[in-house]
Design a protein around this ligand. Structure first.
Ligand code: GLN
Length: 191
């Protein structure tokens, strides 16, 4: 759990409820001790400032080799292309993402989305959006896990062992998204 900025505590609680052992990462070298990383919501530009160049590089290496899950600002950090304004991304997910894409009116909202996978599709997924970004392009290696709205905007995606949501699953009671990430971590440990 990256704990240098943003709303990491709700993620910590959720992951612990699901039986995971959580380490609050505040120093780059702690990344060597963990099997997977959650990058929480917050302000992606502030994350970049706090990380600095060395922290950014270390995080990039991590996301390349181990399961990583970004929510909202975390999703922005993981992207290969960031707009509004343009900003550096770790390039762990081949997506173009637009910051604060819903405008002032829709700053925050709770909406209902759907999983793509048939097994999970019948029950809707509550999604809390807070100054959310929008995924505008997904690369060929990126799988859409869940969509929202009549245009079926991708709001949860995965590429290999890297996952991202533009909403905040840690603020809803539904545990399916975190469970999907913990599955990636467990599988990563086995291989
Ligand atoms: N608007 C923030 C950003 O651009 C993300 C908001 C969030 O993480 N809830 O980084």
């Amino acid at each position: 759990m990256l704990a240098i900025q943003g709303d990491f505590d709700a993620h910590r609680k959720r992951l612990e409820e699901l039986g995971a052992e959580v380490v609050l990462v505040k120093k780059p070298e702690q990344l060597d001790e963990i099997d997977g990383l959650v990058i929480p919501g917050g302000e992606s530009s502030t994350f970049l400032k706090v990380l600095g160049e060395a922290g950014f590089e270390k995080l990039k290496q991590f996301a390349r080799s181990k399961p990583t899950f970004g929510t909202c600002a975390g999703a922005i950090l993981l992207a290969s292309e960031v707009e509004n304004p343009k900003q550096a991304g770790l390039g762990a997910l081949d997506i173009r993402i637009r910051r604060n894409a819903y405008g002032r009116q829709l700053d925050s909202s709770i909406r209902e989305g759907r999983f793509v996978q048939e097994k999970l599709r019948e029950s809707p997924l509550e999604m809390v959006f807070i100054r959310a970004p929008k995924i505008e392009r997904i690369g060929p290696g990126v799988e859409v896990i869940a969509t929202e709205g009549k245009d079926k905007d991708p709001v949860a995606v995965r590429q290999g062992r890297v996952m991202a949501t533009t909403f905040h699953p840690e603020l809803s009671a539904d545990t399916r998204i975190h469970r999907a990430f913990l599955d990636l971590v467990r599988n990563g440990r086995r291989s």
